[in-house]
Design a protein around this ligand. Sequence first.
Ligand SMILES: [Zn+2]
Ligand SMILES: [Zn+2]
Ligand SMILES: [Zn+2]
Ligand SMILES: [Zn+2]
Length: 474
Amino acid sequence: MAFLMYGDPKVKYLCSCGSLKPISRIYFCRHCMKVKCGFCVSHEVDLHYCSNCLENLPSTEARLKKNRCGYCFDCPSCQISLNTRAVSQTVPHPDDPTKTLTKKSYYLVCAFCRWSSREASIPDQSVATGGWPELKSPHAKRVADLVEHYQDISVQEKEEEEKKKKFQSRPAYFHYAEKYGLSAAVARKRLSNLPQRENKVHQSTVEPSKATEEVDQLPDEVFFEPIRLSQITTVKQRLACPEVQPIDVSNLHPIHKSLLVKRSLRCRDCEHNVSKPEFNPSSTKFKIQLSAFYHVPDIKFLTCEPVFIGKRSELIITICNPTQHQTSFKLHPFELALLSPKLSEDEEEAPPTLKLSLPDSARDAQFQINGTIKLPTTEFQLLPRDDTAEFDDSNKGPTFNDDPKVVVWRRGNKIALRMAVMPNQEAEGLLCVGFAMEYGYVNTMTTLEKKEPQKVKLRAHIVLHTGQIFKSSQ
Ligand SMILES: [Zn+2]
Ligand SMILES: [Zn+2]
Ligand SMILES: [Zn+2]
Ligand SMILES: [Zn+2]
């Protein structure tokens, strides 16, 4: 969804945490009946899988394999999946030189940039599934030693904490497992080995790195040989292979494909899931997907006349009911008092430009309302969503006693409303206006206490960026 948006979206919803998000990026928790964005839900990894061969791995195995697939490779030149190509060769028969034999061999090739494993002088393989030579990191031993060293330290830290917490029952293996990639089972095993090394402070076997003043001179060719850019790797290509960081293109080597994850999102208030994907890696469906655009009326910006200081401009927005139930909504001025508790009684008359103070958790909540919006005062009814209505030209349906000055048109579950916006005197940049929408919501989720669908009134806060403010109409 995010990839389809051009620039910054004009309509944003205020999340319950204070962040401003387009409706496609927020969820609706049916238990708390609040909108939730990516910042105020907890993210949990459900499964690791390879996007190319769709193999799924448990998290311990994924960690052992450094979160990479053992069979699939990415192109080291352009980072797109490599394909396996087969070639048939005729070779002399090993037993009878007068006869020939057809042998199949395989190599890797990139369909996009034409890089191939032959370019890296990797010999063709006799089996399609690989056995490709692995690139050894020149620092592999040092890295392994350091990992071992830090795992020892983590065990020691654990031991000390364990002593402190002697009378507390709950073991805290998981903290250490998280910190140094030590699995809980290994941590327990190491702990059980501890009595033998009791009272012995961990002796480091790893030599610490030393800073030195002496640095090798650059080779002469750096100064005298012309640079051949086609032979030198780009920074992106080097960083794609961090353990080796090849400088010359001839040293590029196929890269094991990074694994992807499927994750569930959980509301932090009530711990219910707002999004849970199906476990199967090949499925793009969800078991639970409470996206806000299935539950909250969707407001879209239609048109706005050019905005000038001191002049009213016409703004048209559409509001769409995404649910299966008829609903009604009413628009109210942005509730500054609700959002800004510091606003005192005598400040009730809102100053022309107000910087809203929002909870600390808000990441991008700093916005300035720098104009006024004239909202319709009536309550509007919205029909339920009907997927067949789009194909029905008869245009039958209930008629509403709408004011033609306000309602531009109605189509099924959608309504277009005309409003007027005006920037404040000293406003500049983009015109930003806001309003609160009170809407009826039918919660069909039943609980033990509430067996019937509940009808409730909810509020959503909307911020609109209508367009550039011009100084005068001349
Ligand atoms: Zn949020
Ligand atoms: Zn794979
Ligand atoms: Zn490529
Ligand atoms: Zn919740």
